[in-house]
Design a protein around this ligand. Structure first.
Ligand code: UDP
Ligand code: MG
Length: 312
């Protein structure tokens, strides 16, 4: 199988027929074998029936039906597990990511790129609130992760089997897939596109889910928040030192100390407490690292070994 297209679906009855039509047009035009893996994420509308029907009509269609709603990132994860293509495409069901961009990604893939992200040029149909919060969020997360997460990319991307296999082997529960696909490395590239409005229906990403995803992004890829405490401790230590020097001068010049001694005590206690919390954070961050079970290193190619499969 050359291409697998993964489509997570949650209550998408209004768009699925049209999505399938457009995807089929694009994929059949590419002249290579393909499968479309629809993941029904516990929809409560007719999504399941429509998918069963599509699967009967079209041999390219495969369906994974969830027993209950697990969320977008897990639906995509299941799609990844079931997809068998040499290149895997992840695309939303609502046609906000235009399928017509897939052949452009495929071109880059054929030239050797292994993770090709869709980079949003225009964000049509998104509120000013979403645009501003997204922009601030990317600044924050890139500060915390040392610039690892590409700006303006969502989950729309094409991934080579090798990179997909590494992500398949990452068992972590709170998943921020766009971060994981950046983290694996390999040859990364991007294709710019205009993100459309939703074809029909409404967004299933309310603010609460968005905030959870945003938090997963930060906490899965940065342990800086755990270390903030240490820095606060150091800051309090510095203030304590300044106050100590002040008392010394006040004593020498006979200026009344007022509550200075109390301030010194408070700052000193704050300093030691913050540093202790920071030390606990260091252990916690290491336990967290181990518990995620991520691979220690990722091999892009291994040359000269007997196992030919590893060679390009
Ligand atoms: N989705 C899903 N499970 C969910 C929520 C969303 O599989 O719990 C799917 C949805 O069907 C769509 C994609 O994830 O294909 C993106 O969701 P949506 O369009 O609602 O989010 P937005 O584009 O508004 O951020
Ligand atoms: Mg959408």
């Amino acid at each position: 199988m050359t291409y697998s297209v993964i489509v997570p679906c949650y209550n998408e009855e209004a768009v699925l027929e049209e999505t399938h039509k457009r995807l089929t047009q694009v994929m059949s035009g590419m002249g290579e074998s393909y499968e479309i893996v629809y993941v029904n994420d516990g929809s409560r509308d007719r999504t399941g029936e429509i998918l069963r029907d599509l699967q009967k009509r079209d041999e390219h269609v495969k369906c994974v039906m969830f027993a209950r709603n697990a969320g977008h990132q897990l639906a995509v994860t299941a799609g990844l597990d079931w997809a068998t293509g040499d290149a895997v495409v992840i695309i939303d069901a609502d046609l906000q990511d235009p399928p017509e961009v897939i052949p452009l990604m495929a071109e880059k893939w054929k030239q050797g790129a292994q993770v090709i992200s869709g980079k949003r040029k225009a964000r049509d149909g998104e509120t000013a609130f979403k645009k501003v919060t997204a922009s601030v969020y990317y600044k924050v997360i890139n500060f915390l992760t040392g610039g690892m997460i590409p700006r303006d990319t969502g989950d729309f991307r094409m991934v080579d089997k090798k990179a997909a296999d590494v992500v398949r082997g990452m068992p972590e529960h709170d998943r921020f897939l766009r971060g994981m696909f950046a983290w694996v490395g390999f040859r990364q590239d991007a294709v710019e596109y205009d993100r459309d409005r939703r074809f029909a229906g409404e967004s299933h990403y309310p603010l609460k889910k968005m905030l959870k995803l945003a938090a997963d992004g930060i906490f899965s890829f940065s342990d800086k928040p755990l270390k903030i405490s240490t820095w606060l401790g150091v800051l309090y230590g510095f203030v304590t030192l300044c106050l100590l020097i002040m008392t010394l001068f006040f004593d020498i010049f006979g200026v009344p100390l007022g509550g200075l001694r109390l301030y010194i005590l408070i700052c000193f206690v704050a300093c030691t407490l913050h540093i202790c919390i920071g030390v606990a954070g260091e252990y916690l961050s290491r336990i967290y690292d181990e518990s995620r079970g991520r691979p220690l290193y990722i091999v892009a190619d291994a040359l000269g070994f007997e196992n030919e499969e590893n060679e390009d």
